[in-house]
Design a protein around this ligand. Sequence first.
Ligand SMILES: [Zn+2]
Length: 83
Amino acid sequence: MTKICNFCGNKNFREKHVQYIYKYDNQLLVVNNVPCEECEYCGEQYFKTEVLKKIEEDFKTIYLSGKKALKEVTVPIEEFAEI
Ligand SMILES: [Zn+2]
């Protein structure tokens, strides 16, 4: 597979599993162990379209169809001007 990092032009990538945070309209879904390729030079992460589609589908199933996620956490949110 030959591809080039959009940010630094490097051609070497390594396969990794990372935590991905999907955000839509102030709603969040955190997915652990998502496969991606990371640029060895600048660290930019690239996800396959089908991987992102799957996460988007799961987001919809949770927020629209009421699927219970594996785990839920409470996230503190602040306005920078007030801290
Ligand atoms: Zn790069």
